[in-house]
Design a protein around this ligand. Structure first.
Ligand code: UDP
Length: 285
């Protein structure tokens, strides 16, 4: 918001007025990472229209509160580079195919958001002139400041990386306050909750503890980027309706991974940890 009074000498003075929302929001700017697989819903492949619209509605609600929203979507529902190797194809070629898959998902999300009258911009790490803007950091920042939902397609634009790495890197570049990793489980557990019924959820945990315990949060490149840049990650269940907003409202949703964690965690006894919440079949993706 800019106040623009004329001055007696004919010059124009701009006075920056901070957004009122910045005083009340817990996170001003978020980077939401969605996996391609989550977009499949109950299908074996591709995009589930209901799931796509659910995500778009949740993003719309959050953006309407004044939170600046950037999104990275994976491509696992369409293609992953490692699959190319399994077919006997070239890995690098496969990775580019995977990146293009993320652009397809990004275009679908952009379209779903626009259907809901949300202003969006799709910025791609691989130049595809006809359908999206190239990724330019300053341009991304400008779009966010204008309240547009920015979708980063094509990962970081280089093979041998994942969209988790893209999420971490872009979040650092745009100075996001947090990476929100939307998954089909409601956080990080002491063990795989689908295999071990005694598994409990960590409400909070430190980067070091994740490494010590060899817990699977993101791939190591993505995780290290967050750790070295002190960028918190929240792993949460994006398939549970309203979870994204609840999380931003400050409710204890998912698991927060940060530099310091909390005292509650450090002296964690099982009673301070949360029991496993199994996803119902229709929440799984
Ligand atoms: N990819 C890549 N570089 C990137 C991001 C993605 O090469 O910066 C390729 C890689 O082959 C990856 C695929 O795109 O497997 C799809 O992304 P990802 O596996 O991260 O999707 P998700 O698991 O989140 O659905």
């Amino acid at each position: 918001m800019a106040f623009r009074p004329g001055t007696p000498c004919g010059l124009t003075t701009y006075i920056r007025v901070p957004r009122l929302t910045s005083f009340v929001l817990k996170y001003n700017r978020i980077l939401l990472k969605l996996s391609g697989e989550a977009l499949m819903g109950q299908q074996q492949y591709g995009i589930d229209a209901t799931r796509l619209m659910q995500y778009a509605e949740e993003i719309k609600a959050v953006a309407a509160t004044g939170t600046q929203v950037a999104v990275v979507i994976g491509g696992g529902n369409i293609f992953r580079g490692v699959q190319a190797e399994a077919f006997g194809l070239d890995r690098v070629q496969g990775d580019y195919m995977g990146m293009l898959a993320t652009v397809i998902n990004s275009m679908a999300l952009q379209s779903a958001l626009e259907k809901l009258d949300v202003n969006t911009r799709l910025l791609s790490g691989v130049t595809i002139q006809r359908v999206c803007e190239p990724y330019i950091r300053r341009r991304a920042l400008r779009h966010l400041e204008k309240g547009r939902v920015v979708i980063f397609g094509a990962g970081i634009g280089s093979p041998y990386f994942t969209t988790d790495s893209a999420a971490s890197l872009r979040a650092i570049e745009i100075e996001a306050d947090v990476v929100l990793k939307g998954t089909r489980v409601d956080g990080i557990y002491t063990a795989d909750p689908e295999k071990d019924p005694t598994a409990v959820r960590y409400p909070e945990i430190t980067f070091d503890e994740v490494m010590e315990k060899n817990l699977n949060v993101m791939d190591m490149t993505a995780f290290t980027l967050c750790k070295e840049n002190n960028l918190p990650i929240i792993v949460f269940d994006m398939n549970k309706e309203g979870n994204l907003q609840r999380l931003l409202d400050g409710e204890s949703v998912g698991t927060l991974v940060s530099m310091h964690g909390s005292e509650a965690y450090r002296s964690a006894r099982p009673s301070t940890l949360q029991p496993a919440v199994k996803s119902t079949p229709d929440q799984q993706a």
